[in-house]
Write a new protein. Structure first.
Length: 406
């Protein structure tokens, strides 16, 4: 049996590693000159390989098409991955939120293992971009350069569309369509949100808030940390929101920041009055700055037409009310998602309805498999997306090994 794997990212390389346990003749095509280019930048180079939570919690963290993953996670979950790495000499450590990293803090450690663990049955063709895949008489003709090779099975592991400089340029979608599969619309996820009229001087300013996305009376709220960029907001809480928004909801929507979400309105009034009692001669800008960054404090006062040098003793109850209302509902109109090039993950891809969830084989095309980010499935940050790549790769490799005995 001859198998082609197209793509040497986390999914393709893990699939090749599992197939190394067999004697199946495998050729892995990778367009970059080396494997795992995107993998090396994951987790800021530390690579959050997985998340050690139980399957139910894992599924809760899958933002799109979660049910599709039940079978594959049952085949090979995050505990299996950690054990597999440990048995092969790659130790890991667990950090906040069950996030797992290599003990060395280096994605390179895992890459070196995945590269060196490939068996003699795997031929690695790096610097080799697959241009087309044709099916004829139940076999697959893989075309690259000026030549082609024919295989009994082909595994498409070409990733999504984000960070195209790492090689993920959506080729797998083209292959899928040309082989008769449906591909759902793609869009960025786990990314920044572009906003209208963000003051220029906010760029680089971090904040902690309850961030509420609103569209047509629908609300998605996430508490946590964010950061103003040159064009909008980013950071973990913002990324989470982008994975919960549906594509059509992004238009005509707003983002509201509640900087004082830990306090009720009444508690805020109490805190303001206490500060004023204790600091009657200080300026109102100092009062507001006690609760938010000075840049936000100045912007709020400017917009409310309150002189920032007004002494606290002279701040009226009405002004207190206006300032607190602003601090609890600091609103921006949404322009859209950040460009997909810069997103962490792609939403959309090969329609999961056409794929066998236990094996990753296309239901109507024997020998055609899709694994990793090329599939229409994506999850929150925290190691879930790499685990999806590893689990789907495992299920696919096991099925190929079983079918080689049939
Ligand atoms: C900045 C960043 C940080 C991230 N951090 C994390 C993290 O810490 N934890 C986590 O779980 N997830 C993280 N992710 C997501 C994670 O990187 C992806 O889920 C994962 O890489 C998907 O693996 P994949 O193998 O499916 O695709 P990819 O890693 O994209 O690999 C696809 C491979 O296919 C190759 N290829 C494409 N087309 C062709 C072709 N025509 N011919 C030959 N080769 C081709 C590409 O060159 C590439 O090497 C991060 C993503 C980004 C962008």
């Amino acid at each position: 049996m001859k198998v082609a794997i197209v793509g040497g990212g986390a999914a393709g390389m893990f699939c090749a590693n599992i197939l190394s346990e067999s004697s199946i003749n495998v050729t892995l095509f990778e367009k970059n000159n080396d494997t795992l280019k995107k993998f090396l930048v994951t987790g800021n180079g530390r690579c959050n390989v997985t998340n050690l939570c139980d399957i139910d919690e894992f599924i809760d963290n899958v933002s799109h098409n979660s049910k599709f993953l039940f079978a594959t996670l049952n085949n090979f979950d995050s505990f299996d991955l950690v054990e597999y790495l440990r048995k092969n000499g790659v130790t890991t450590k667990i950090e906040k939120g069950n996030r797992v990293f290599p003990s060395t803090n280096k994605a390179m450690t895992v890459k070196q293992f995945l590269d060196s663990n490939l068996g003699d049955n795997i031929t690695l063709k790096t610097g080799c971009e697959v241009k087309k895949i044709l099916r004829s008489n139940g076999k697959y003709k893989v075309m690259f350069g000026a030549t082609s090779q024919t295989f009994d099975a082909v595994v498409i592991a070409t990733g999504g569309l984000s960070y195209p400089t790492t090689g993920s340029t959506g080729d797998g979608y083209k292959f899928a369509k040309s082989l008769g599969l449906e591909v759902t619309d793609t869009r960025p996820s786990l990314c920044a949100i572009r906003l209208i009229n963000v003051p220029k001087n906010f760029e680089g300013t971090p904040f902690k808030a309850r961030i509420t996305f609103e569209n047509n009376n629908k609300e998605i709220a996430v508490k946590g940390e964010g950061l103003f960029t040159g064009f909008g907001i980013s950071g973990p809480a913002v990324h989470k929101i982008t994975s919960l928004i549906k594509e059509h909801e992004i238009g005509l929507s707003t983002i509201s920041l509640d900087f004082l979400y830990k306090k009720t309105y009444e508690q805020c009034v109490e805190s303001f009055k206490e500060y004023i009692r204790e600091n009657p001669k200080k300026f109102v800008v100092h009062l507001v700055n006690k609760f938010v960054n000075i840049k936000f404090a100045k912007d709020i006062l400017f917009n409310l037409d309150i002189n920032e040098k007004l002494q606290c003793a002279n701040v009226s109850n009405n002004q207190i009310q206006q300032i607190i209302n602003k601090l609890k509902d600091y609103k921006f109109e949404v322009l859209g998602f950040e460009d997909i090039n810069k997103a962490t993950i792609t939403r959309g891809g090969v329609d999961c309805k056409q794929i066998n969830p236990s094996t990753m084989e296309a239901k109507k095309s024997k020998g055609l498999y899709f694994i990793g980010e090329v599939l229409d499935v994506d999850a929150q940050s925290g190691g879930f997306n790499l685990q999806i790549a590893f689990s789907t790769a495992y299920s696919c490799a096991r099925d190929i090994i079983h079918s080689s005995f049939r």
